[in-house]
Design a protein around this ligand. Structure first.
Ligand code: BEZ
Length: 162
């Protein structure tokens, strides 16, 4: 079963890119005391993630933050070097890239998927969440395409929450 509304995110150690290179970060430190939009993509540089999903959050970042969101975080089962290069290529440096290199975070959330048939191995499902002080306030999962987990869909959720 996947994580549910009201559940706390698992406390895990993942990676971000710091000034000097990759840095370990505990999810409890990233999410504690903040309202965060977290979205997950199956893979950096894949067409849907690069042409639609990430750009939506790049363009709508200010509108999302104006609704009381402290930070926008993107996660994927990729290494931090790939995620950092992807962010730079998309002018997405204001979105924090969170590398789930082994896929442990996606699997613990129950939001992993097996893309071995596409030579991509275990990946994250495509989803977006609103996370308030580490608890899931809204969760939108896209089995196909970019719809429920889009920046526009999250803006609607933020408006509903008021
Ligand atoms: C995409 O274009 O977003 C995509 C491609 C292959 C697998 C998963 C996602």
């Amino acid at each position: 079963m996947s994580i549910q509304l009201g559940d706390s995110l698992p406390d895990m150690e993942l990676q971000i890119m710091g000034q000097e290179g990759p840095e370990k970060v505990a999810t409890r430190d990233l999410f504690a005391g903040k309202r965060v939009v977290l979205f997950a993509v199956p893979g950096a540089f894949t067409p849907g993630c690069t042409q639609t999903h990430l750009p939506g959050f790049v363009v709508k970042a200010d509108e999302i933050k104006a609704r009381g969101v402290d930070q926008i975080i993107c996660t994927a089962v990729n290494d931090i070097f790939v995620l950092d290069a992807w962010a730079r290529s998309q002018n997405a440096e204001h979105i924090l890239m969170l590398a789930d290199g082994q896929g442990d975070f996606a699997a613990t959330l129950g939001l992993d998927q097996d893309l071995s048939a596409m030579q991509m191995g275990k990946r994250s499902q495509r989803y977006a969440m609103i996370v308030d002080d580490g608890r899931v306030e809204a969760l939108k999962v896209d089995p196909k395409g970019v719809d429920q987990s889009s920046a526009d869909s999250i803006l609607e959720e933020l408006d509903k929450a008021g």
